[in-house]
Design a protein around this ligand. Structure first.
Ligand code: GLN
Length: 545
């Protein structure tokens, strides 16, 4: 039977980076744990069609969905919290909304009419919200509106929310997230920015139903009462999200304040009992109890950016937690690495990850790191560009091809061990034209990776233009770099490994996009196990000396 869908909108005010994505994901987790069917989507007010053309300085990591959409990193949080695979339909930008409206205008769909923001753009936004609900598959559609209330570019989205609230009545709830700063000099928590933010929302015709106050310090009940009164929100519907050591604690914190039942009651949804958070709690307990550390180095060029390698950080964290260890992650700028300092910069690490990326900057440092890791037999994981750098370093230093390179980094190299994919050669547009999304991969039986997955047929997500050049396959294999994963149709090499090393694996795909709290990725699990083993062997041998 088709479900009667309810709609939850999550908006934000005062400042950005409050963690709307985490709150939205936490709501999804709680409702799922109560047995409801949920989906979650993000609307981004920028004009880019997708974030694929933004660099990480602008917008953090670019996440990739199974159906090959380059998406906002919040979709990564959604998947990690919910285990639900998102698609293109879960991430809409202003650019996509306008593109669709303009395409309709050219087709003549609005013939005779002036095409305007209201109603045409807002109708398009509304239909994107409702499209997921109309499938009849979901009890709840959660829609996170990017940006902050008061931004010019958010206005059409908020107008669409206002209209939907008016049309859907009790089937709709608006959760507004704001910031309550603590002013040290006055030793006081200040709610005025929250009051202003709610006023801005009211000015565009939206009365929030529930407030989530983000704060560094616990907000006293009397202050929440004052906020409720001034913001016209029901007593008890002002919740707070205090900084916690891990984002995965947030669902529990919000459940303690009844955020899930507030939503269920507001939308008239029958419920009983408590959410089943047994597995979630087990993960959190493992996380809290872990004391021993695993020291992992992440070599990349965006190390100063907190969100640039978000999915890798989270995948490592999940794998460490499941192995009862605390992740100690050291970011190492690939640009700063030289043969002279690599031993010092990578000293004491139990494992090294070489990050994905684009362009020349920092790649020479990746080769330096990989040479050192290979020669010293440190567990090493190369992802996408990291895998390509593994192949190049091997060609240079083991096969003696000193100019070996990727055609991306040196188009004139005589040894293009990584080359532009055939189907990429005719491509001129940059947006959405890489090899994107999930592709099948066959793993060689008996290989380290096949053992780690416990199977030989897998599917993983991609985002790249260049590939392993199959002309070099035989010489690489003979010299010890085995091509143990390939696409069954195109025979593109997807995984390389050195079986005579402790753990030396490179994947052309991105396993980090599919690691979740409840299903940590098998390769990250195996890599972390190898790192733990190496760390204890090394500690034991240094104790003997
Ligand atoms: N720049 C490389 C390519 O396009 C690798 C991409 C990546 O690391 N995501 O193939």
């Amino acid at each position: 039977m088709a479900k009667e869908t309810r709609y939850i909108f999550v908006t934000g005010g005062v400042v950005s980076s409050l963690g709307k994505g985490i709150i939205s994901s936490s709501i999804a987790r709680l409702l799922l744990s109560r047995g409801f069917n949920v989906t979650i989507q993000k609307f981004d007010p920028y004009i880019n069609i997708d974030p694929g053309t933004l660099n990480p300085y602008e917008h953090g990591e670019c996440y990739v969905t199974v159906d090959g959409h380059e998406a906002d990193l919040d979709l990564g949080h959604y998947e990690r919290f919910t285990n639900i695979k998102t698609t293109r339909a879960n991430n809409i930008t202003t650019g996509r909304v306008y593109q669709s409206v303009i395409d309709k205008e050219r087709r003549g769909d609005y013939l005779g009419k002036t095409v305007q923001i209201i109603p045409h753009i807002t109708d398009e936004i509304k239909s994107c919200v409702k499209r997921l609900g109309e499938t009849g598959d979901f009890d709840f559609v959660i829609t996170e509106i990017g940006g902050t209330v008061g931004d010019i570019e958010s206005l059409p989205f908020l107008e669409a929310v206002r209209q939907l609230k008016w049309e859907l009545g009790d089937k709709c709830v608006c959760v507004h997230l704001t910031y309550v700063p603590y002013i040290r000099a006055a030793a006081e928590l200040k709610t005025k920015p929250t009051q202003h933010s709610v006023k801005l929302l009211q000015q565009v015709g939206i009365q929030p139903d529930i407030l989530v106050l983000r704060t560094e310090k616990e907000i006293p009940q009397a202050v929440c009462h004052k906020v409720a009164q001034f913001c016209n929100v029901r007593e008890g519907a002002v919740t707070q999200s205090v900084d916690v050591p891990s984002i995965y604690e947030v669902p529990l914190n919000m459940h303690r304040q009844h955020l899930d039942t507030l939503i269920l009651e507001k939308t008239g949804t029958p419920y009983s009992g408590e959410p089943d958070l047994a597995r979630w709690n087990k993960f959190l307990n493992q996380m809290r109890e872990a004391t021993e550390e695993v020291r992992i180095g992440l070599v990349g060029k965006y190390v100063e950016l907190q969100d640039a390698y978000k999915s890798i950080d989270e995948s490592l964290f999940q794998a460490c937690t499941y192995n009862d260890r605390k992740l100690k992650l050291r970011y190492i700028s690939s640009e700063s690495l030289t043969d002279g300092n690599v031993a010092e910069k990578l000293s004491g690490l139990d494992g090294v990850v070489v990050a994905p990326g684009f362009g020349q900057r920092g790649t020479e440092g990746k080769f330096v790191a990989l040479k050192w890791c290979r020669e010293n037999d440190i567990p090493t994981f190369g992802i996408c560009l990291g895998m390509q750098c593994m192949v190049i370093e091997f060609a240079r230093n083991v096969l003696g091809m000193s100019d070996a390179n990727s055609a991306e980094l040196d188009p004139l190299t005589a040894h293009n061990v990584i080359d532009l994919m055939e189907e990429q050669k005719s491509i001129t547009n940059m947006g959405g034209t890489m090899r994107l999304g999930a592709y099948a991969c066959h793993l060689r039986p008996g290989s380290r990776v096949a053992e780690a997955y416990g199977k030989t047929e897998i599917e993983e997500r991609h985002r790249h233009r260049y590939e392993f050049n199959n002309e070099y396959r035989e010489v690489m294999e003979q010299a010890g770099l085995k091509c143990v994963g390939e696409n069954p149709q195109s025979h593109l090499v997807e995984v390389v490994e050195m079986p005579d090393k402790r753990w030396y694996v490179g994947t052309q795909y991105h396993p980090e996009y599919s690691s979740t709290v409840l299903s940590p990725h098998p390769l990250f699990m195996d890599f972390v196990r190898a790192a733990i083993k190496y760390g204890s062997e090394r500690d034991a041998s240094s104790a003997e000396q």
